[in-house]
Design a protein around this ligand. Structure first.
Ligand SMILES: [Zn+2]
Ligand SMILES: [Zn+2]
Length: 72
């Protein structure tokens, strides 16, 4: 088993993991409030909650995280 060091997703084939791992390199998560960049989504999530007191999965949090909540 090969685990992605960024998101901890597990792959059975090494080259699949490496290809997936590469896709993280272009990834950037930016705080819409202070424009700080984060390489991991989870880091931005923690920043949002600690610095701004956002409640996880609240509307403000989703908006800040760029999560599009589908309208039913
Ligand atoms: Zn990953
Ligand atoms: Zn910020």
């Amino acid at each position: 088993m090969f685990k992605c060091s960024v998101c901890e997703k597990v792959f059975t084939v090494k080259c699949n993991m490496l290809r997936h791992r590469k896709s993280h390199e272009q990834m950037k998560f930016q705080c819409i409030h202070c424009n700080r960049d984060f390489t991991r989504r989870s880091n931005l999530s923690v920043h949002m909650q600690k610095k701004y007191g956002f409640v996880k999965h609240s509307n403000d949090y989703n908006l800040a995280m760029g999560i599009v909540v589908e309208q039913q």
